[in-house]
Design a protein around this ligand. Structure first.
Ligand code: 0L1
Ligand code: MG
Length: 263
């Protein structure tokens, strides 16, 4: 049950979207609206999505966030969340990420999938997801919370589109039957130094569990995951801060590597 009026939802969406587009930080929104609930938080996120689509921005995928135990303990939370990916978030493999368009970026290694069947909850399981994944590909997410010094709570983060800002995908696309997503390993390097390592099982035990959770969460709003959706299943490692001049390279077992420069 929402607690905020339509006008307040629209105001907060505009406020957070301006912070994203103009790269300035803001106070967490629950300071002024301490009673806002989960539905309010997702209403604000969906309103940001609507604003972008109205201006002609395309939604090119979905993501799950806070799905790894490393990330949950880094942020002191225990519930995964979802968000959307807009077309201009995409940076080509080997490309440059402009830090003057961001506030305080961090990178996360992720496993992404593309579906070929509709996934609809409630009751969506890992079995349904494994049957609906046509391909698997590597992805690196660049998150950039709009909140000052990363001081936020989960509802504020949901409203802020789960800190989504950029992503890079590339490497090799593989069919799911040729991979073991649970043991698939990643090595993240910044400027040639290994800064994080992990395996797919860090994502809720299996990245497909993250997609099932996404379908079940969307069902609460009567939404589904359409066939052909690109989904980033969540960070395998804790997020690592980056600065201008950094080169990030993530090597994936069986899926090649992805790199980018922060300029
Ligand atoms: O992609 C994610 O795991 C979402 C992270 C949201 C919280 C943060 O900014 O670290
Ligand atoms: Mg992420």
């Amino acid at each position: 049950m929402s607690t905020l009026s339509k006008e307040v939802i629209a105001e907060l969406a505009e406020h957070l979207e301006n912070a994203e587009l103009q790269a300035f930080d803001v106070k967490k929104i629950t300071d002024d609206y301490p009673d806002m609930d989960w539905e309010d938080a997702y209403d604000i996120q969906w309103e940001i999505r609507r604003r972008k689509e109205e201006r002609g921005t395309r939604i090119v995928g979905l993501k799950m966030g806070l799905t790894s135990y490393a990330k949950m303990s880094q942020m002191g939370v225990d519930t995964p969340i979802y968000a959307f990916l807009a077309d201009y978030f995409s940076v080509p493999d080997g490309g440059s990420v402009k830090t003057d368009e961001l506030i305080h970026p961090k990178v996360e290694a992720e496993i992404a999938v593309i579906t070929n069947k509709v996934l609809r909850g409630p009751g969506c399981t890992v079995a349904h997801v494994l049957d609906a994944i046509s391909s698997v590909l590597p992805a690196v997410e660049i998150i950039d919370s709009r909140y000052e010094n990363f001081r936020f709570d989960l509802k504020s983060v949901v409203a802020d589109n789960a800190s989504s800002s950029r992503f890079v995908t590339g490497g090799n696309v593989k069919r799911i039957e040729n991979l073991d997503l649970k043991t698939l390993g990643v090595v993240m390097e910044i400027n040639g130094e290994i800064v994080a390592t992990g395996a797919g099982a860090s994502v809720l035990g299996h990245p497909a569990a993250s997609v099932a959770m996404l379908a079940n969460m969307l069902a609460e709003r009567n939404e589904e995951i359409p066939a052909g959706t690109f989904i980033m299943t969540g960070g395998i490692t804790a997020a690592v801060a980056v600065k201008p001049g950094d080169n990030v390279c993530v090597r994936y077992q069986d899926l090649g590597s992805i790199s980018m420069n922060f300029v």
